[in-house]
Design a protein around this ligand. Structure first.
Ligand code: SF4
Length: 344
């Protein structure tokens, strides 16, 4: 793993903080401050740079907003084993590690992201494997964290192999920001190893089109060439991508790179993230505007996780206006209305 060399937990000399950012860093935020050299190279120097906002702490994080929770998705209550979360009948998620190459200031799992949560142990991998073998209705396993690619190749591939041995049929999803924040981590030996362990989907997170740097696009292509499908989950963030032009540019750039924009998430009620969240009506207007501009391929599903647990709720505008005696009254994203009759 390269993040030890390629990431800064102390302030790099070329990064000049504002007074507010300095106070936030001095206060010892959670998750801690960490930035990769690659991300640093993408910053444009402006105090309101959307990429800066995602990674540099501010004192706004010290304010607990109304309804904010330490565990906004109620994951602890849905954890049959240490590091295993199951909120749906057919899926489960493994928190492989608490570490990330850099720490996003809006992270909803901030209660455990950071170095102190550590990596999954062999004993925990074994317990989860036995659980998987018994719970055969679980069809997809998400490897998440933290960022699983902070593990070295040997440990990562070994744990994938153990899960595969327990359940040869299971579909794996690996959630990682590495291709975007530390593209050099996507080495030939890593993609060779992952490519041999399909079916395996790579779920990346890019929130702004400037994150799709030349290096990031090359790392994505390396994965795709090994037959690994890459999809993107973005978070709707105030001051980062709360602009339809930015969302459209992001979606088009992803589709051009062969990456499906999968989800766009409304911000979760994680402590200290109020300054990143949009009111839901504003967020819905924005995503409807996006829907009227791009194809279905380029349109992510807009969703939110129910606070406290319960799962995802899709937030798109309902295009079914009602039923008449002639059929269903429907409206397109462009505002055109029409009727769709039921079979006689
Ligand atoms: S990479 Fe993911 S887990 Fe890590 S801090 Fe960012 S959002 Fe949280």
């Amino acid at each position: 793993m390269t993040s030890g060399r390629a990431a800064y937990s102390l302030l790099p000399a070329e990064l000049k903080l504002t007074g507010d950012e300095q106070r936030a860093v001095d206060a010892g935020p959670r998750p801690p401050f960490r930035i990769t050299r690659h991300w640093l190279s993408l910053l444009n120097g402006a105090a309101d740079d959307p990429l800066r906002r995602q990674v540099i702490p501010t004192t706004a994080e010290q304010i607990r907003g109304a309804g904010e929770l330490t565990d906004p998705l109620g994951e602890k209550a849905h954890s049959p084993l240490p590091r295993l979360i199951r909120r749906y009948a057919d899926r489960a998620l493994v928190v492989v590690t608490g570490r990330c190459a850099l720490y996003c200031r809006y992270c909803f799992r901030r209660r455990l992201t950071g170095d102190d949560f550590g990596d999954i142990t062999d004993k925990q991998v074994e317990a989860i494997s036995i659980w998987l073998a018994k719970n055969r209705e679980v069809k997809e396993l998400l490897l998440s964290g933290g960022d699983p690619l902070t593990l070295n190749n040997r440990r990562l591939l070994k744990l994938i192999d153990r899960f595969r041995t327990a359940r040869p049929d299971i579909v794996l999803r690996l959630a990682t920001r590495m291709p975007i924040v530390e593209p050099g981590r996507i080495t030939r030996s890593l993609v060779r190893g992952l490519g041999r362990r399909r079916p395996l989907w790579i779920v990346i997170q890019a929130n702004h089109p400037r994150e799709l740097s030349t290096e990031a696009l090359c790392s994505i292509e390396r994965l795709q060439r090994r037959g690994l499908p890459v999809i993107n989950q973005a978070v709707l963030l105030r001051g980062v991508n709360d602009d339809v032009e930015v969302l459209e540019e992001l979606s088009r750039a992803l589709v051009s790179a062969g990456v499906k924009p999968y989800y766009l998430f409304q911000g979760d009620l994680a402590e200290g993230t109020n300054h990143f969240r949009l009111p839901l009506d504003e967020a819905r207007r924005l995503t409807e505007e996006l829907r009227s501009r791009v194809s279905g391929l380029a349109m992510p599903v807009f969703a939110v996780d129910l606070p406290g647990g319960g799962g995802k709720v899709l937030l798109g505008t309902d295009h079914v206006l009602g039923r008449t005696d002639k059929g269903w009254k429907l409206r397109t994203p462009d505002g055109l209305e029409g009727l769709y009759p039921d079979p006689p």
